[in-house]
Design a protein around this ligand. Structure first.
Ligand SMILES: [Zn+2]
Length: 276
């Protein structure tokens, strides 16, 4: 009974989230229609970003593709993820937001916006919520089962990249596996659609056996998908942490070079001054 009660509470919470999502989706429907038109291109698409967001995106891209002095990629797994999504035939729109609304309290999300039954070209979106990432608690209480504490030791932008890595892992895993994409469409997107339509008809019955079964299957799939993305996120965090020192020393190297150049100039000026 208690379990059922807590399930109901969970479902009600989900409903509350869906109400927010409906509002969001109404204003987004045009965007999604537009997406179909814009999605002539494929890979990671930044046309939904403002100029300022695009600047941040480029900085994140520079972190992803950073190399050591001898030209070795500092984040090979992260780079692979990016390149697999970028060179896929699917269209993945990037959105960067700063929202403190409870409905958008997640750090990032990945969703299929238009499913292609042939599996040739899905349209999807990766959303990053900078406010959630900035405000995330980092400490022992946020540790995952394997002890990994997300964002630990990372700078603001490196944290954004960690979340991007997590969402890229979803995109890569789901879009490049036709069976997985079909399951996500059938169990996640369809279930949410049914809930939305029942909600607009005011005929929601979350305890109906069919709906309960659907929700359980959806949640089990989401749990599997989450485990896979969290594993990759840990790999990405390790790469970002290991690369930190090298990126730091690279910055130091550039700074040293700059100082040396200025020092040379200074010496030349002094030499010049000493020559009559
Ligand atoms: Zn996830």
């Amino acid at each position: 009974m208690l379990r059922r009660l807590s399930l109901t509470v969970a479902h009600l919470l989900l409903l509350a989230l869906l109400v927010y999502q409906i509002n969001g989706q109404e204003t987004q429907s045009q965007k999604i229609e537009g997406a179909s038109r814009q999605a002539d291109s494929s890979g990671l698409i930044t046309s939904r970003l403002s100029r300022k967001e695009l600047d941040l995106w480029k900085e994140m891209e520079r972190i992803v593709f950073a190399e050591s002095v001898d030209g070795r990629p500092l984040h090979p797994e992260l780079r692979n993820l990016w390149e697999r999504v970028e060179t896929s035939n699917h269209a993945v729109f990037i959105e960067i937001k700063r929202s403190t609304r409870t409905s958008s309290c997640t750090a990032g999300s990945f969703a299929i916006e238009r499913f292609d039954p042939k599996g040739e070209k899905h349209i999807a979106a990766i959303k990053l919520n900078l406010s959630s990432i900035d405000q995330a608690h980092v400490g022992p209480s946020s540790a995952r089962d394997n002890g990994f504490i997300p964002f630990q030791g990372l700078s603001k932008k490196e944290r954004y990249v960690e979340v991007l890595g997590h969402e890229l892992a979803h995109a890569d895993h789901i879009l490049t596996d036709p069976e997985c994409a079909r399951k996500v469409e059938e169990m996640v997107e369809k279930t949410n659609e049914i809930l939305l339509s029942q909600l607009s008809n005011r005929r929601v019955n979350l305890l109906a056996p069919e709906m309960n079964r659907r929700l359980s299957r959806r949640d089990a799939l989401l749990k599997d998908l989450e485990e896979q993305a969290e594993e990759m996120e840990y790999v990405v965090w390790r790469e970002l942490t290991a690369g930190k020192g090298v990126r730091g020393s690279e910055r130091q190297r550039v700074a040293d070079k700059e100082t040396r150049r200025q020092g040379d100039k200074e010496t030349r000026r002094q030499e010049g001054a000493s020559v009559p």
